[in-house]
Design a protein around this ligand. Structure first.
Ligand SMILES: [Zn+2]
Length: 232
């Protein structure tokens, strides 16, 4: 069961994803239960960034009625690997600073990774890395690493306290997609002793186009679905 504060944030985020659907070429669906796990891992590995790999869950195709409402461009060619399938289980692959996080350890690359598959190896379809106390906007190193991704790249920005060595950094140009809670300032309390004040998530394809993120529940419906179908 996903925490209620996070469910509320995902409802708000999904409603913005719906509002902004015309800005996106395609969409990706992430289970809320996985998202909650990612936030926990991010906090457990501070002050490092973490790199997480995913494959599509081939048993969980998107529900047609969900894509019908959230996809703006229909009947177009497939843009990325795993498109149309909900993201599968996360795999924590690496931790490090904003550069080294993309260069996975040798024990991961031995034998089964070809050199021409990039610094992260081609093992997973999709990748996500974190920006502790920084906005979710790709750096130059992020854009370079994404050139080898078959699926999509995601960034999770987390604003938390105590800040430790990272005061909140937001002086970056780019389209931001925060998860907003209108009522509370601190939104989540974690066993690591951190308070989470803000989250933001973006996804993009290596061609540079933005991918819309939709958070879905265990039944493959977006959080807030009842409201969205009433509005449409
Ligand atoms: Zn980054």
């Amino acid at each position: 069961m996903v925490s209620e504060w996070l469910q509320n944030l995902m409802i708000e985020y999904n409603s913005i994803s719906l509002e902004k659907k015309e800005s996106y070429s395609s969409l990706i669906q992430m289970p809320g239960i996985i998202f909650e796990k990612l936030i926990k891992w991010a906090l457990e590995n501070l002050p490092d960034e973490i790199l997480v790999g995913f494959d599509p869950n081939w048993d969980r195709p998107h529900l047609p009625e969900v894509d019908e409402i959230f996809l703006f461009q229909k009947n177009r060619k497939q843009l990325f690997a795993g498109e149309g399938y909900i993201i599968g289980e996360p795999n924590l692959v690496n931790r490090g600073d904003s550069f080294s996080v993309h260069h996975i350890p040798e024990e991961w690359t031995d034998d089964f990774f070809a050199v021409d598959r990039g610094p992260r190896g081609g093992r997973f379809t999709h990748w996500l890395h974190t920006h502790p106390n920084a906005v979710a906007i790709p750096s130059g190193a992020d854009a370079d690493a994404a050139q080898y991704t078959e699926g999509i790249d995601m960034i999770l920005g987390i604003q938390f306290s105590p800040e430790g060595m990272y005061p909140w950094f937001d002086e970056v140009e780019g389209e931001r997609r925060p998860l907003i809670d209108r009522n509370k300032e601190a939104v989540g309390n974690f066993s690591t002793g951190h308070l989470v004040h803000g989250l933001e998530v973006i996804a993009y394809h290596r061609s540079g186009v933005g991918i819309n993120v939709i958070f879905v529940d265990e039944n493959n419906y977006p959080y807030g679905w009842e409201n969205f179908i009433l509005e449409e």
